[in-house]
Ligand binder design. Structure first.
Ligand SMILES: [Zn+2]
Length: 189
């Protein structure tokens, strides 16, 4: 799944000009950016019925999965954005799904690994970006690392071999860096 897929966009009124937001979902009228309240971003407003579209962030999860040799599981993306770049398994949380459950699901779908979550590393969010990314540390309890959904290949990396220049997203780099410096909240899962 594409964590960070709507990566950094121009700030101030991100997504107002998204082509998916041209028409009102209530009446089909054209939407236009409008500032409803001072100090808040412009929002798409229906020029016919006045319906206001409130754009929410998307919640994503990722897992830094280690094996008994402290190697880290990474997958190489077969889709844009970040085609050909490395990322840890992760993806979007479905509505109504608990983030920890989504993390375990994505590890199975993307890397063919069964995991146990060991703690929260951190939560990553960036100005102008849509996703808020929750990253856990995890251990392998079953399965064999294998490229699956949306991956060209999958591999274990020793800490000193992490391909830092070829990581897909800012959150990938930041979470791996935090993991390397030992950041983990074991009580937050
Ligand atoms: Zn309307």
């Amino acid at each position: 799944m594409d964590i960070d897929s709507h990566y950094i966009r121009p700030v101030n009124h991100p997504h107002v000009h998204d082509p998916a937001l041209r028409f009102c979902s209530s009446c089909g009228g054209p939407l236009a950016p409008q500032r409803i309240k001072e100090g808040e971003p412009e929002r798409p407003v229906c020029t016919r019925c006045g319906h206001v579209v409130y754009l929410d962030p998307k919640v994503a999860v990722g897992t830094v999965i280690t094996d008994d040799d402290d190697r880290i599981a990474l997958v190489r993306r077969s889709i844009e954005p970040g085609y050909g770049k490395w990322v840890f398994p992760g993806g979007y949380v479905d509505r109504g799904e608990v983030p920890t459950v989504a993390a375990v699901r994505e590890a199975r779908e993307e890397a063919s690994l069964d995991i146990r979550l060991d703690g929260l590393i951190n939560i990553y969010a960036y100005a102008g970006a849509v996703p808020i990314v929750i990253v856990y540390e995890a251990s392998v309890v079953g399965g064999t690392l294998d490229a699956a959904d949306e991956s060209l290949e999958a591999a274990w990396f020793a800490p000193e071999d992490v391909p830092w220049p070829d990581l897909a997203f800012r959150s990938t780099r930041d979470a791996l860096r935090d993991h390397r410096r030992g950041l983990i909240h074991r009580d937050l899962i």
